[in-house]
Design a protein around this ligand. Structure first.
Ligand code: UT7
Length: 364
């Protein structure tokens, strides 16, 4: 039997820390509200977002300050000195180092990113160039917060089939420049943040070897209006015209309550599906790595499926929701913290825009 095994992990986060109190100086929110409703205490953002937030916090006319930002950005260009591919690169280098491999050893790169540095090419190609690779194939995926499990499943198929033997899987996000740090954007801007996680996969052969065992993926595009962004899409060309800004069509949109309910429902369904497909029970799983969307979502899943909370590894308090990066960051931190035991079963699960969701089972 041939499987793909994770042999190295890595992560990267920007240095700038934004705590809830700084956000409360920028818009109408509070540490108490954010902590109680989401479990988030602080998050990491790009230096550009951080500098902007410090200026916004001190601005007497906050609405005017935001309007000015849009005026400056009318050409649709979002100035960022940090690229999402830079975060992807740092996480990838660390994962490669931990795997004892060089970029040239890779047969494939799969990257999941919601907002890339360019409309095209996708982040996977930008990352490959930064790694110094000029012929290695890349696949760029955009499944929002579910991207990490989709990317793992995709890389795994190439390894299982025998086409490739080593793959780099990355989830990288630089989301903070796109959110509006205002009262009308407060449902989203307090949740999402920047970061990247990476894992190196290698083929392993034997009778029931360790590695990725099964993937369970789903999408329901009929409800996309509950979590979506129009900027950079053909629906808003040119990306940030004055009219589109006046029509309020250039910021990410979410119906938080619907997303919350759907997330809990779909997480539960796909976890049960994954257990059933493998003839397992909750007790058989050593560790759950959930997409870090909201601590209340994780607590609801754990409660309804009788998963002891200590069986899940959570870092949302420190990093917020880093979308496609959150599961690989959890994986890396859980490995570093010694939370994965050799031979133990780990289930990863994620849910995001689309809606797309999925679960992956692996033996460590
Ligand atoms: O990866 C998937 C991505 N998305 C998610 O995971 C999001 C899932 N949904 C959620 O996490 C939650 O729905 C939120 C955290 C976004 C909101 O929490 P909630 O408990 O569902 O609050 P709500 O939307 O029902 O809003 C309650 C109140 C509203 O005020 P009114 O209408 O009761 O006066 C909101 O305007 O809370 C207000 N509110 C805020 N107040 C302070 C919304 N955002 C904030 C905020 N600070 N940041």
């Amino acid at each position: 039997m041939r499987r793909a095994r994770i042999i190295g992990t890595g992560m990267a986060i920007p240095e700038c820390v934004v705590d809830n109190d700084l956000l409360a100086r920028c818009l109408t929110t509070s540490d108490e509200w954010i902590t109680q409703r989401t479990g988030i205490k602080e998050r990491r953002v790009s230096p550009d977002t951080y500098r902007m937030l410090l200026r916004l916090a001190d601005a007497p006319d906050k609405e005017g300050f935001i309007r000015e930002l849009y005026d400056q950005g009318l050409d649709g260009k979002i100035d960022s000195t940090l690229m999402v591919a830079d975060l992807a690169l740092e996480a990838s280098r660390q994962a490669l180092k931990n795997a004892g491999l060089a970029p040239e050893d890779l047969d494939l790169i799969v990257d999941a990113t919601t907002f890339g540095d360019y409309a095209y090419p996708g982040t996977a190609a930008v990352l490959a160039a930064k790694l110094g690779l000029t012929t290695t194939p890349t696949i760029a995926m955009n499944q929002g917060c579910a991207g990490s499990v989709y990317a793992l499943a995709t890389a795994d198929q190439f390894i299982r089939s025998g086409m490739y033997s080593r793959a780099l899987v990355v989830g990288a996000e630089l989301l903070s420049p796109f959110f509006e740090f205002s009262d009308r954007g407060r449902d989203m801007c307090v949740l999402f943040a920047d970061g990247a996680g990476a894992a190196v996969l290698e083929a392993v052969e034997g009778a029931d070897p360790p590695g990725l065992i099964s993937h369970h993926l789903h999408t329901d595009g009929s409800v996309l209006d509950k979590l979506y962004g129009e900027m950079f899409g053909t629906s808003t060309f040119p990306p940030a015209s004055k009219k589109k800004i006046d029509d309020d069509r250039v910021r990410p949109r979410m119906n938080g309550r619907v997303v919350f309910v759907q997330a809990v429902r779909r997480f539960k369904e796909v976890i049960v599906e994954c257990l059933k497909a493998n003839g397992l029970k909750i007790d058989d799983i050593d560790l759950f790595l959930f997409h870090q969307a909201n601590m209340r979502i994780i607590e609801a899943i754990a409660d309804q499926l009788s998963i002891p909370l200590e069986k899940s590894f959570n870092n949302i308090a420190k990093y917020g929701n880093t979308s496609a990066a959150s599961v690989p960051i959890c994986l890396h931190e859980a490995v570093e913290a010694g939370r994965l035991r050799r031979g133990g079963l780990v289930m990863m699960a994620a849910f995001g825009t689309g809606f797309s969701w999925g679960a992956t089972l692996m033996r460590w």
